[in-house]
Write a protein that binds this ligand. Sequence first.
Ligand code: SF4
Length: 157
Amino acid sequence: MNEQNGSLELIVGEQRRRFLRLAGSAAALLPIVAITGCGSDAPQTPPAAASPSSPAEQDAQPERALETAPEPAADVASQALPELELDNPTARALGYQHDANLIDAQQYPQRQPSHLCSNCALYSGREGDEWGPCSLFPGKAVNAGGWCTAWAPRGSG
Ligand code: SF4
């Protein structure tokens, strides 16, 4: 333990001497820098001005970051998305309707009355919401009472 302390003191002492040598050299250069103005007419800002001025300010910075942090993904997903347009090419190709009662049973005999977007495996809207996201239509909301030919029962994947 004492041997370690001795080594540590030697290291610290050597670093202190190196620092004092560098500080002395820097001090010697200061008058030269002042005379030449470092080749710029712009006022010189001391480096200390760029850093936070007090520990209290430093502590407050994470709080400011939290105030501007993005909302959690769940909140974003629950925000209202624009409704899927019926003339969306994919929606048309899949025979999507906002109201599954409007689905032509002869054209789409595979559809059962219980098949709705709200119970489709690709739907991620909240229960009770009229509209919600569908993974087939990113950034759009489909109607919970809608349907398309890509309907798949939940739990089948
Ligand atoms: S894939 Fe499912 S949730 Fe999406 S539009 Fe078709 S039926 Fe509705």
